[in-house]
Design a protein around this ligand. Structure first.
Ligand SMILES: [Zn+2]
Ligand SMILES: [Zn+2]
Length: 336
C-alpha cells in the first residue's frame, strides 16, 4: 500500500524518487491489467471472472431492497473522504473510486460455492505477539468476508534462495524477498482447489522488482494467492494498533483479490494509503459502498455480517470497534 520508506537510508531513493519509480511501475501494472490499477498493495493481474458472465449487466433492481436500505443506514458512521494532505494517496494518484453499482457491473472475481474458503499460511518465523496478531487477523478476515478461514501449518521459506529471488539493502545488508517467488514458487503449487484465496503472512521485507523499494504485500487476482508482510507495520507500537494495522492491510488486500478497487467516496478500509499515518487514519471496516459489495457477493444481509464482526471484535479486545459494529447492527436492523 505504500512506497514510502519509514526510515530513509543512504542508498535508498528519496520519497519523490520512490514515487516516480513507483509511478513507472504502476503504469506498467495498469498496462498489464487494463482497467484495474492497484499500486503498492500490488495486485498483479486482472482475472478472468468467476462472477457474472462477461458483458452481463446486473440490473439494479436485482439488488435486495434491504441491502440498499442498509447502505443508507450506515452512512452516518463513515466520513466522506477528506481533501488529501500533500503526501496522501489521493494527492499522488488520481483515482476515480468504485461505487457498489460500478462493482456489480464490472464482472468481478468473487468467491463461489466451489471456491469458498480463505486459507492463511504463516510463512517464516514470528514472535509470539506476531503469531497472535496473525491468528486474530485471520478470524477477522473470516467475519469481514463471511468465509471460512483455515490456517495452514507454519512453513519456513525454503533456502538457499536463488539470486533472482532476494536482494540485500547495501547499507545494512538486510535481506528482502521478491514477492513473485513467494506467489509463484511457494503458494501457487500448494493452492487448495476450494480456496477463494490463499494468503501468506510473513515477517520478511518484500519487494516486487527493482523498480520499487518495498511493498506491504502483493496479490495475484488470476491465481488467488497473496502475501502480506508484517515487517513495515512496526510491532513496537501499542499492541492494539499493531493489530489494527495488520487487520487493515489484510482486509484491504484481500478485498482487491475480490476485485474491489480503492475507495474514494469515504474514509474506508479500501481507501489507498501512502504511509502508515494514513493507514492509521482509516477504519478497519468497509464503507456503505464497499460493505454492499461484500454482502452482494455473499448473498447475505449486512446485519448478519455486523453481528459477527461485533462479536469477534468484543472477543478479541477491540472494544471501540465492537461498540461501533453493535451500533451498525442496530442501525441496519431498524432499516429492514
Ligand atoms: Zn490497495
Ligand atoms: Zn469504501
Amino acid at each position: 500500500m505504500t512506497a514510502r520508506t519509514r526510515k530513509k537510508l543512504d542508498s535508498q531513493p528519496t520519497f519523490k524518487e520512490s514515487m516516480k519509480r513507483f509511478s513507472v511501475w504502476r503504469l506498467a501494472m495498469i498496462m498489464t491489467i487494463g482497467a484495474v490499477a492497484f499500486t503498492g498493495c500490488g495486485v498483479s493481474v486482472q482475472n478472468s471472472s468467476t462472477g457474472s458472465a462477461p458483458g452481463t449487466v446486473v440490473e439494479r433492481d436485482s439488488v435486495p431492497a434491504e441491502l440498499r436500505n442498509a447502505m443508507k443506514a450506515v452512512e452516518p458512521f463513515f466520513q466522506p473522504m477528506p481533501a488529501p494532505g500533500p503526501n496522501d494517496w489521493l494527492a499522488t494518484f488520481n483515482e476515480p473510486g468504485q461505487t457498489f453499482d460500478e462493482y456489480i457491473n464490472s464482472n468481478p472475481t468473487v468467491p463461489t460455492a466451489e471456491r469458498s474458503k480463505i486459507y492463511v499460511l504463516p510463512l517464516g518465523d514470528f514472535t509470539d505477539k506476531q503469531r497472535q496478531v496473525i491468528d486474530i487477523t485471520s478470524s477477522y478476515l473470516g467475519a469481514f468476508f463471511g468465509l471460512a478461514v483455515e490456517t495452514l501449518p507454519q512453513q519456513k521459506i525454503p533456502r538457499p534462495l536463488r539470486l533472482k529471488d532476494s536482494r540485500l539493502i547495501p547499507t545494512d545488508g538486510r535481506e528482502q524477498i521478491r514477492t513473485g517467488f513467494i506467489l509463484d514458487d511457494i503458494l501457487q503449487p500448494m493452492l487448495p482447489k476450494d480456496a477463494a484465496a490463499l494468503i501468506a503472512f510473513t515477517n520478511d521485507d518484500l519487494y516486487p522488482d527493482d523498480s520499487m523499494y518495498y511493498v506491504f504485500g502483493q496479490a495475484s487476482l488470476e491465481n488467488r494467492v497473496g502475501v502480506w508482510s508484517l515487517f513495515r507495520l512496526d510491532d513496537r507500537i501499542e499492541p492494539g494498533n499493531f493489530l489494527r494495522r495488520t487487520i487493515k492491510i489484510a482486509a484491504h488486500e484481500t478485498g482487491h483479490m475480490f476485485s474491489m478497487h480503492h475507495c474514494t467516496k469515504y474514509n474506508c478500509v479500501m481507501s489507498g494509503s501512502n504511509h502508515l499515518a494514513e493507514t492509521d487514519s482509516h477504519p478497519i471496516d468497509a464503507c456503505p459502498e464497499c460493505m454492499a459489495k461484500i454482502c452482494w457477493f455473499l448473498h447475505i444481509l449486512p446485519a448478519e455480517r455486523y453481528r459477527k464482526l461485533a462479536d469477534l471484535c468484543r472477543a478479541k479486545g477491540l472494544n471501540k470497534e465492537a461498540d461501533e459494529f453493535e451500533r451498525k447492527y442496530a442501525a441496519v436492523r431498524s432499516g429492514y
